[in-house]
Design a binder for this molecule. Sequence first.
Ligand SMILES: [Zn+2]
Length: 313
Amino acid sequence: MHDSRAVPFVCPIDHGVLEAHGDWLVCVQCAQRYPVVGGKPVLLNEANSVFRIADYTGGNAYGGASAYGTAGDGSRGLKRLYHRIVYTLSESGAGPAAPFSASDAVAAVQAADPDAQILIIGAGETSYAGNITYTDVAFGKNVRCIADAHDLPFADGSFDLVVACAVLEHVADPARCVAEMWRVLKSDGRAYAETPFLQPVHMREYDFTRFTFLGHRRLFRFFDQIEAGISSGPGMSIAFVLRTTLANSTEHRALGAVLHLAGLVLSYPLRLLDHIFTRSNGAYDSASAHYFFGQKRETAIPDRDILQFYRGA
Ligand SMILES: [Zn+2]
């Protein structure tokens, strides 16, 4: 029988039970009140977050990655055409497909248990079939609640899989966020993450950290590795730096837009070269992003033992 029960929310501060009171959820332990906006609770522990609950009730909600796609593009005419071209060029899969992706992680966990409970943090417009809970710091289509990865509003041991793609570079404290992923996972639960290594700053002030392949492995030292590798290669690293440098080389907006487009076109062949670059292990030393898929373990892998996971030239 298909089990489609949604994992209940708890207080992000103390994991207390939440009771509905009109348009609010109230913690029975600490009495903190969380507003429900358009059916989506805003479950932030403000003490640990760069976001404020009032931003979401006052119409100043963070747009996040949701504002990046074309769905929310309100522009018209030439401007709209420009946005479409830039978006298509930016997102087209010029390089080789990653050997293992978030959808592979979801499929692997659902193959073992079709009713697996899966949490997608920083979900944006992501969509999968099954028992999926989507959270983000922006109101996305499928987002069940506003949650900050530093304090997930779920009880310990709630999920079979937690996915965080292009999230851990945007959080102030990545180790804290991975500890939260670990906490909300069942004892045999799994985590999947894709995180940049060589990429310029994106999403402005909401961008804090980059990881080498080994640094990313260490971040998940409370997990046994199942799969790990390059999700985006060195060609993409060069392409991303080239187009960002060009676009940002002027304060003039219109010229910057032209240079951004020029950078995307000029750097496109570099991305194609990843079909060659990513064949060698040396690609790990200059990849644009890595992925990690692992299973929760009780103790940390000692740092000395992390070294054996190095891949590179
Ligand atoms: Zn509470």
